[in-house]
Design a protein around this ligand. Structure first.
Ligand SMILES: [Zn+2]
Length: 81
């Protein structure tokens, strides 16, 4: 049976601690509320399945990658960083 991890959508729960795991058969209906406190919960998608977000490139990253970074001073004028 797969183990699912859940967390409360909001607030906290003294019974489940706001986050809990449950063994649930695949055929079971999606759990929408904490079985203990009946507050709404959401399933936590494991980090394994989460696509890694691409970090926006910064000037520093560009420099590290070997780029020469220029700052635009004005029309046709650039200052080498
Ligand atoms: Zn709870």
């Amino acid at each position: 049976m797969p183990i699912y991890e859940y967390e409360l959508c909001e607030g906290n729960c003294v019974v489940c601690g706001g986050k809990f795991t449950l063994n649930r058969p695949l055929s079971a209906k999606p759990l929408t509320h904490c079985p203990a406190c009946k507050k709404p919960v959401r399933k936590i998608i494991s980090a394994f399945n989460t696509p890694t977000k691409l970090k926006p490139l910064s000037t520093t990253d560009a420099k590290k990658a070997g780029f020469q970074v220029y700052k635009r001073l004005g029309k046709g004028e650039y200052e080498r960083q």
